[in-house]
Write a protein that binds this ligand. Structure first.
Ligand code: PEP
Ligand code: MG
Length: 766
């Protein structure tokens, strides 16, 4: 039995249509367990009724709906208790519910396991046998199958691929709220623009269309065919100077695949006869040909398979962008939706038209979210249940405060959100007035508010918002937007542009911090556990060639300027790494002086991101001039939770009391040693985080420019005493949720709740 499990799991994972998955499961389970019945029930979350969506074994008329009323039956009990139930004789069980349509009582041995998704029961998978009770092994088997169904079932429900019975469907609103993770604050209302860097034939969901819509699907296919033909002919033309006649003939052969008497004709037939929408018709027909060619032993044929796949994917891509590519620009209220948001996707387009971003991958502190915050674009990340193939030009609301998207919102919902947008705008006007005022607490304590930066385009926005320095220059960003390592002179120019703009304010340059979720396209780091691998200073010390060039560029960029250059080392784990980095910095300094530049020796700081350093702070302080807490990474390493994985996003808690205790400890030790300490992780830019950091005595808060005025507004209205009282109490609480609730309540008591973005959660509207 257990031998059959891997194959069944593979089948489940490779089938995109969940109803087909359900059918496979309920037919394979009785075969494998040697029992009579397999069923899959789905729970209607609003009524708690259990709906059978697939069954093998009962003799039911087609379209017969089986619904178990709320609170009834052993199936209902499995859902209620969140655990498997192995019942040897259902007739002896007080919860047995004799459904009039199933003749259930004949199958007396019952095994049911819940299908869980993110802590709730979304369904129940059952097996039934005439007599022999189920064994523990069988229970383990069914539990494993149910676990594999979890995300597919929840996604199918969210996408309404599975509709429950008419009566319960009637109470489901046409709009859908899908949860992800808050990526960048703010609210955006607009229309989706799908960005799919590479179309994937295997990822297209089958969708049937009404007869009336077939004409439109055929028309889309024609447009896509014309566009791919033009694309290939364009390549052909550009190659004609470089290759001979024979090679060019290959392009013609390639293009013939798109003729009506070849594969393209089959796609047309698939649309007409099977009533598939164009995307799944392309996917089905091309995949069939690719598989046939791939299974051939001939290498010529498998090469041909690649051509066919390439054309299929081009066609699919063209279908997915129809409507957007034709204009070449984003529509005015574009919400870019993609599997992964890349800097290129953002940079390529008119930022004014870009209203918000939604990414299927990523989480709160993945670098795409950080970029969205830097650009002040609301973003929701990790929306794993969003089906991209169903999302062309749909109206959507992005709630970047709470990490939710509302698809197909009703006009009432839109009005509610517009009120919140209006509130934000009014507050923004108030914030503009404090731009040039000092960032000082009510009792006159100065708190330095600096910015995290990485793109030249952010300079003026940062200065406009009153930034008093750069607390973190993410140098990997200019490295990532090239196709090779930038030269020393190229780096010098970029760095100098920032230093000149900020002079005489201090500028903190972080040395290259690649690895983790920040690869360079031209320097791939392929590792199983990238966050625990070759990252930050580890790469720099293994590559003094890259490191020395970067330090020399930083030093030269600061030549003759009054602003203080601070060089900051990321991902420090050992004291020796600091010593080695300092030796190289000294070497670069001597070289730059020898070349005749007038430069001052920079201040050197260590980022506290790796928890091990907490026990070596005395030695760290002896080696450096300042400490900067990278709370994004410190949180992920302290809590053992990836900052980039939506599955564990709720566990990634910067306000975990252990993190607050750590922040407090770090500030005390740094100050005892006479060092300044700053924090440049994302929590410093939240109102709640800023208050606790001020309470712990942090000297510098470095954050995205967007949040800076809001944080300053709070600082000006709070005393050091209040902030410190809040921080000391918050760190004693039990969990992150209590911490946040406590801080927010305290801010409300001080009449500062206006600064907590989107204090009033629109959940109450639904
Ligand atoms: C951090 O880890 O907190 C930090 C500021 O660095 P990054 O987010 O770039 O890893
Ligand atoms: Mg970091």
């Amino acid at each position: 039995m257990l031998d059959a499990l891997p194959e069944l799991i593979r089948l489940i994972r490779s089938e995109p249509d969940f109803l087909k998955v359900a059918h496979i499961v309920v037919t394979r389970v009785p075969d494998i367990l040697g029992c009579e019945v397999g069923s899959l029930f789905v729970r209607d979350q609003s009524t708690n009724t259990m709906h059978m969506i697939a069954n093998d074994g009962y003799e039911l008329p087609p379209d017969q709906e089986i619904i178990v009323p709320a609170g009834k039956g052993i199936v209902g009990l499995v859902a209620h208790r969140y655990e498997p139930l192995n019942v040897p004789d259902i007739l002896a069980n007080p919860h047995f519910y004799d459904h009039p349509d199933t003749a259930d009582e004949r199958y007396r041995a019952f095994l049911g396991v819940p299908v869980m998704h993110r802590r709730s029961v979304v369904g129940v998978l059952t097996a039934q046998r005439f007599e022999d009770p189920f064994s523990e092994d069988e229970e383990g088997f069914l539990t494993s199958v149910a676990a594999t169904l979890s995300s597919g079932l929840s996604k199918a429900l969210d996408n309404r691929e599975i509709r429950l019975s008419a009566e319960s469907a009637a109470i489901v609103r046409p709009e859908r709220v899908i949860r992800g993770v808050a990526g960048s604050p703010g609210i955006a209302i607009g229309h989706t623009v799908l960005m799919q860097p590479s179309a994937n034939l295997e990822a297209v969901r089958d969708r049937l269309v009404d007869v009336d819509a077939l004409g439109a699907e055929l028309q889309k296919l024609d447009i896509a065919l014309a566009s791919v033909r033009a694309e290939i002919q364009g390549i052909n033309l550009s190659m004609s100077d470089h290759v001979g006649e024979e090679e060019l003939a290959l392009f013609d052969a390639y293009l013939r695949i798109l003729d009506d008497d070849a594969i393209a004709g089959e796609v047309r037939t698939e649309i007409r006869e099977s009533k598939h929408w164009a995307q799944s018709a392309v996917a089905n027909v091309f995949t069939k040909h690719v598989r046939a060619l791939e299974s051939s032993k001939s290498s010529l044929m498998s090469e041909r398979a690649k051509d066919v796949r390439d054309l299929g994917e081009r066609l699919l891509h063209s279908l997915q962008v129809i409507g957007h590519r034709s204009t070449g620009a984003l529509p005015k209220d574009a919400i870019v939706v993609a599997q992964d948001i890349t800097p290129a996707m953002i940079a390529e387009h008119n930022l004014e038209h870009l209203k918000g971003l939604v990414a299927i991958s990523g989480s709160i502190n993945s670098h795409s979210a950080i970029l969205a915050r830097a650009l002040n674009k609301p973003a929701v990340m990790g929306v794993t249940n969003l089906d991209l193939s169903d999302l062309e030009d749909a109206q959507i609301i992005v709630d970047g405060y709470y990490g939710e998207v509302v698809l197909h919102p009703t006009s009432e919902t839109i009005d509610r959100y517009l009120e919140l947008v209006q509130h934000d705008q009014e507050f923004a006007i108030e914030l503009e007035q404090i731009r040039d005022q000092p960032s000082e607490t009510k009792d006159g304590r100065r708190v330095n508010l600096w910015v995290n930066i990485g793109m030249v385009s952010e300079i003026s926005r940062s200065l406009d918002r009153g930034a008093e320095g750069i607390g973190l220059f993410r140098t990997e960003i200019p490295f990532a937007s090239r196709d090779r390592f930038p030269t020393e002179e190229e780096q010098r120019q970029i760095y100098r542009e920032h230093m000149q703009a900020f002079e005489p304010r201090p500028v903190t340059m972080r040395t290259l911090d690649i690895g983790g979720d920040k690869p360079l396209p031209y320097f791939p780091i392929d590792e199983e556990n990238p966050y625990l691998g070759w990252r930050g200073i580890r790469v720099s010390l293994d590559h003094p060639d890259i490191f020395l060039v970067q330090i020399r560029a930083m030093l030269k960029a600061n030549a003759e300027l009054d602003g203080i250059l601070r060089i900051m080392l990321p991902m420090i784990t050992t004291i020796d790494e600091i010593k080695s980095a300092k030796r190289l910095i000294k070497q670069a300094f001597d070289e730059v002086i020898a070349e005749g530049f007038n430069v001052k020796f920079p201040l050197i700081g260590a980022m506290i991101e790796v928890p091990a350093l907490l026990w070596q702070l005395d030695s760290v302080c002896e080696e450096v001039d300042f400490l900067a807490v990278g709370s994004n990474d410190l949180t992920q390493y302290m809590l053992a939770v990836s900052r980039n994985n939506p599955k564990v996003a709720t566990l990634y808690q910067e306000f975990h009391p252990a993190i607050l205790q750590t922040l407090d400890h770090l500030a005390s030790v740094a100050h005892e040693k006479g060092h300044g300490i700053g924090i440049c992780g994302e929590m410093a830019g939240t109102v709640e985080g800023a208050v606790v950091c001020i309470g712990f005595g942090y000297d510098v808060l470095s954050m995205n420019a967007t949040n800076l005025p809001r944080v300053k507004w709070v600082i000006q209205r709070i005393t050091t005493f209040s902030a410190s009282r809040i921080a000391k109490r918050a760190k004693q609480l039990d969990d992150a949720e209590s911490v946040l609730t406590y801080i927010r309540n305290q801010l409300s008591a001080l009449n500062l709740e206006k600064a907590i973005p989107h204090h009033e959660h629109p959940e109450i509207f639904f």
